[in-house]
Design a protein around this ligand. Structure first.
Ligand code: 5GP
Length: 139
């Protein structure tokens, strides 16, 4: 499948679609997932047109990993999470639903099940507040 430059994450990079941004640098962008599987569910994307890891330029693989490494402790701190899940799906058979490479950062705690993947839209005021919490933890 060819990369679709009009997928929602490409539009977010071009600022044609909104997001609750938590971090940005020259090569990557991080923002709140609108259908979070847990409070604090954050997405990191490269500013590179790749559907999945197999298409991603190695320099962007490195930049993406660095941003995930920077964000994961901030998400953990902001949500006082004992565990952090890092997930990344490649291909619809693996459950991928948006075809611009991305990494999920999801706070986890024992006894609290994750919500279903990409199902329930969150309240925007709540997402805004969660983004502010993560930004404060990054500062
Ligand atoms: P995937 O299934 O491709 O691994 O994950 C795609 C993720 O993007 C899902 O967790 C879904 O909730 C999220 N998502 C889908 N559409 C949007 C959107 O328009 N904005 C944001 N911020 N997240 C989205």
């Amino acid at each position: 499948m060819a990369y679709d430059p009009n997928n929602i994450f490409a539009k977010i990079i071009r600022e044609e679609a909104p997001c609750f941004k938590v971090y940005e640098d020259d090569m990557t962008l991080a923002f709140m997932d609108v259908m979070p599987q847990a409070d604090g569910h954050t997405l990191v994307i490269p500013k590179f047109p790749a559907e999945d890891l197999l298409d991603l330029d190695p320099d962007y693989v490195a930049a993406q990993a660095m941003t995930v490494k920077k964000l994961a402790p901030a998400v953990k701190k902001a949500f006082d999470a004992p565990g952090i899940m890092i997930a990344q799906l490649n291909g619809s058979a693996a459950g991928q639903t948006v075809f611009h490479f991305h990494t999920h950062i999801i706070p986890r705690r024992s006894g609290l099940e994750m919500k279903l993947h990409a199902r329930e839209m969150a309240d925007f005021d709540m997402l805004k507040e969660h983004a502010e919490r993560i930004k404060a933890a990054l500062a």
